[in-house]
Design a protein. Sequence first.
Length: 168
Amino acid sequence: MVQKIISKIIELIIKAQKLALSIGISNILQPGLVKEMIISETLGHELITSKRDADARDKNDPSIKYEYLSCYEGGTGQLDRMFKSPADKRAESLHRITRNKMIYLAIFYKKNPLKIKIIYKIQPSVLLKETERQLDRSSNQISHVGFSEDWAKPNSMVVYRDKKLIAK
């Protein structure tokens, strides 16, 4: 029974990869990509699949870019490998924030990891200030900076909430 289910999962992943290839996505299992697909679909953005660019862009104006952070309930959305120093590397790291029109933090359910609970819209300048604060306090040259839902609540605006939460 278990092996049949595993075989079916593999079959579905192979089908998903073939579909992805048909639209130029070379690796459907690239870390974070499926969640970025879900977020972009929810927000009505156009997905960017390149690892060296923002996560999405405006469908009508491709110069408008968006960055997505995501986590499970109780976790933190992270920007990985942010440089504290040297100055040129720090500026390059911070450009991952400033190149965007908006940053979105999507919280996914722990028990349903492909379902979005809530999405917060964060101004890049607000995220930049918190990122610089975290980098300045870090003892490491390279750090991961994190943004929790508790931080997002007073520093952003809710743009999507699961219908199940609205009914409460």
